[in-house]
Design a protein around this ligand. Structure first.
Ligand code: C2E
Ligand code: MG
Ligand code: MG
Length: 764
């Protein structure tokens, strides 16, 4: 029997002292007053008694304040009270203790959590009341609620975190969130209890991570790093991992690991790096291409520049000698003329042509010819000043432009050029001498522009050539007229043969001793419908220059020999036909064959032909000349040297020529009557010829005095107006017949015939 049950209003102090009961009650009261829990005796739903703690829990100062208080007031509302009653009844009525935690209400209306423990005093009789213990567990409950909330929040966090969160203890998973499982491809809960080795790719990695994380975790620091993990299916996952010990001082409590799948990010990064690398490579390649393109461009520009320079060079320079060409010369001349005009200064132009250069090309070949031109160009350049221009026009023609030079200066330069040309040129094993013929024109007298100046110089050069070559001439206005005529003649000459404008005249060659006509010289005549009679002295050199001399010369040979044959057929015995052979003809290849063919065609013996050569034929290449002469001589053809005394034949050469006769030039014969010098020269030539075993014939014998002098000096023959003019074939035929008749009668009469009579009788 409990105190509460037995005497509801009885206080221990009210009991008789020292009785056992009293003592028991006192003990109980002490127990109640000092109990940590509130204790109340409830009967008929009202508080019969309670301890101090009970009162305090509900907000009363003393237990008495609660006595009679309805127990319903301790609950938030009636429904809560009834509900408790319904829950408690079956338990307590079964004699058991009912325990529950409920929200209760204090005196001031505030709610709190209480833990209730109730039991019936007599389970068989509820009316006896019940005892209720209450603990104020509000704080504990609140703490629990907060803890639950925290746990809940944590759970939400765990469940919704976009990172894997793992709790490990002794490197075994105690818990993880769903994300971690999904990340590694595991079913919910599948990893629980697993060793972390399960999601690490190898034992080595696992051990390495274990060692590395230990120190920071033990120091309370985070372990951070990128770890290679492995999914359930074995595929790799790269994670950014961060872990911390739950209690650094006690690592056995485990650690939390937060893992973020950065595989994609890694891949993206790798991809990015790759793309970057590719980009850089592309940029590098593009840069390379660009620099190559730039280099190519530069090269192309350089090439173009070079091309342009080359084109310019080719357009302005002579490729063989490197000298300026006509175009550049014209440009420079125009500039120089402009300066000369402003400053009133002279300019000289020298037109230079090499004498007989063609023979070098013909005989030694173009390679030697070219090498010679290069050396000549160098020599020309060396003679003039820096500001002068030496230009090669082409072939063997050069023009020198000498700004500031007057006639005197130009003559000095021309002299130096002649001087320089005396030195032989060495080409391979050939030693060659090459003389120039030069014409000089001076600005402004001989021309005020480049064309007129070069034309004037060209004309003057032509004159220098006519004047015996290896010399120079100044331009004179008369030359201009002449050169125009030369051009006219050249054109007309090209058609003269086919238009049969040529004819031959024949001039007798008489034996001085017997006055017999020993032969005739065929002399070419050209009658042009407009130009009239043109002297061979004028047109032969032109025909030689333009090459027409070859067909013309052949025509002369054939015509003259045909004529001789015709006279022979008519019974006129004329031993020789003399034909002039130009140097150009003489040098034509296979001349002896041509001559013998013509002789054969005319059915004449070679001895009836005499070829008159000039001294010049042997000048350039004596060896070849001698060779040709020997061949002609071997044929039986007679050879004579025409115009002897005007050329440069040396005695040493002369004696090697198979020459039968020297024709003393008429310039020595003309003044024999008056000029003692000429008389001395003529007699010297005669004696020299005699010494060499050659015959002599004097040309241009016009007077009896000349004839007599020649006879006295032992000259063999005479040719000239005194003995007979050159005449057409039919006229000469009459002359020959008359001569023969006169001679026959004179001889038979034993008289010495008077050649003048005999000849002149038939001239008129
Ligand atoms: P050449 O061979 O010395 O001919 C002699 C020239 O003297 C001829 O002039 C002739 O008419 C002239 N002549 C003759 N006797 C006298 C005289 O007593 N006094 C004067 N003053 N002159 C006289 P032509 O016919 O005008 O010929 C001039 C030159 O033309 C010739 O000089 C010769 O070198 C050349 N020639 C003439 N015909 C031919 C030819 O068929 N072929 C070649 N290659 N040259 C020819
Ligand atoms: Mg002659
Ligand atoms: Mg002559």
């Amino acid at each position: 029997m409990s105190l509460l049950h037995d005497s509801p209003g009885l206080r221990p102090s009210e009991l008789p002292p020292d009785s056992a009961l009293e003592r028991t009650l006192r003990e109980q009261q002490t127990l109640l007053d000092n109990a940590g829990a509130g204790i109340a005796f409830i009967r008929q739903q009202r508080v019969v008694r309670c301890n101090l703690r009970y009162a305090q829990i509900f907000g009363y100062e003393a237990p008495e304040d609660l006595c009679g208080q309805r127990s319903e007031s301790f609950y938030p509302d009636t429904a809560a009270f009834r509900e408790l009653g319904r829950a408690a009844y079956p338990v307590v009525s079964a004699g058991e203790t009912f325990r529950v935690e409920r929200i209760m209400r204090r005196r001031d209306g505030s709610m709190f959590w209480g833990r209730l423990t109730g039991s019936l005093i007599n389970p068989k009789d509820t009316s006896e009341g019940s005892i209720w213990l209450i603990d104020d567990i509000n704080e504990q409950k609140n703490a629990q609620v907060q803890l639950d909330a925290a746990i809940w929040e944590k759970q939400i966090l765990l469940d919704n975190a976009m990172v894997g969160i793992v709790y490990l203890r002794n490197r075994h998973l105690t818990r993880c969130n769903r994300h971690f499982e999904l990340m590694l491809g595991y079913a919910p809960g599948e990893l629980e209890g697993s060793s972390s080795r399960r999601w690490l790719p190898s034992e080595a990695v696992w051990e390495d991570v274990g060692t590395r994380c230990y120190e920071p975790l033990a120091q309370g620091l985070a372990f951070e790093g990128e770890l290679p993990l492995r999914r359930k299916d074995g595929t790799p996952v790269v994670c950014d991992v961060r872990s911390k010990a739950i209690d650094p001082s006690n690592l056995s409590l485990g650690s939390i690991w937060i893992c973020m799948d950065i595989t994609e990010r890694k891949q993206a990064q790798t991809e990015l790096i790759k793309v970057h690398a590719e980009l850089e490579w592309l940029v590098a390649e593009r840069t390379q291409q660009l620099s190559e393109t730039v280099a190519n461009l530069h090269r192309e520009i350089d090439d173009r520049k070079l091309d342009q320079e080359r084109i310019y060079w080719l357009a302005h320079y002579d490729p063989l000698t490197g000298l300026p060409n006509r175009t550049l010369l014209a440009e420079r001349s125009t500039q120089a003329i402009e300066v000369a005009r402003q400053e009133q200064t002279p300019i000289s132009v020298i037109f230079l042509d090499l004498d007989h250069f063609k023979h070098v090309n013909d005989s030694l070949g173009h390679r030697v010819g070219d090498a010679l031109l290069v050396q000549i160009a160098r020599r020309l350049r060396a003679v003039v000043r820096e500001k002068d221009t030496v230009c090669r026009l082409g072939g063997d023609e050069f023009i020198l432009l000498l700004p500031g030079a007057n006639a005197k200066g130009a003559a000095r330069v021309a002299g130096k050029l002649l001087e320089a040309s005396r030195q032989p040129y060495q080409i391979d094993h050939h030693e060659l001498t090459m003389a120039p013929s030069m014409g000089i024109a001076v600005y402004p007298d001989d021309g005020t522009d480049f064309d007129s100046l070069s034309q004037s110089a060209d004309v003057a050069m032509y004159r220098a050539k006519q004047g015996g070559r290896n010399t120079f001439r100044f331009f004179t206005p008369e030359m201009q007229a002449h050169s125009v005529r030369a051009l006219q003649l050249e054109n007309a000459l090209r058609r003269a043969l086919e238009r049969e404008q040529f004819s031959l005249h024949y001039q007798p060659q008489v034996c001085i001793a017997t006055q017999q006509v020993l032969g005739v010289e065929a002399l070419l005549r050209w009658e042009h419908p407009e130009l009239g009679m043109v002297s061979p002295a004028e047109f032969i050199p032109i025909a030689e220059d333009c090459g027409q001399i070859l067909p013309i010369g052949e025509w002369v040979l054939r015509t003259a020999l045909a004529q001789l044959k015709s006279w022979h057929t008519q019974g006129l015995t004329l031993p020789t036909m003399s034909v002039n052979l130009s140097a150009v003809q003489f040098r034509q290849p296979r001349l002896p064959e041509l001559i013998s063919r013509i002789l054969a065609d005319a059915c004449l013996s070679p001895g009836s032909l005499e070829l008159e050569l000039t001294e010049g034929v042997a000048m350039d290449d004596p060896r070849m000349a001698i060779d040709t002469m020997d061949q002609l001589h071997a044929l039986g053809v007679q050879l004579s040297i025409d115009d002897f005394g005007t050329g440069y034949s040396s005695l040493s050469q002369l004696k090697r020529f198979p020459i039968g006769k020297l024709k003393i030039d008429q310039s020595f014969v003309r003044d024999l009557d008056e000029d003692a010098n000429d008389r001395a020269i003529v007699s010297a030539i005669i004696r020299m010829a005699q010494a060499l075993g050659m015959q002599t014939i004097a040309e241009g014998v016009e007077t009896r005095g000349q004839f007599d002098f020649l006879r006295d000096q032992g000259c063999d023959q005479a040719q000239g107006f005194y003995c007979g003019h050159p005449q057409a074939a039919d006229q000469l035929q009459i002359y020959l017949q008359a001569c023969r008749k006169a001679q026959q009668s004179g001889m038979s009469a034993g008289q010495r015939p008077n050649p003048a009579n005999a000849f002149t009788a038939f001239l008129r």
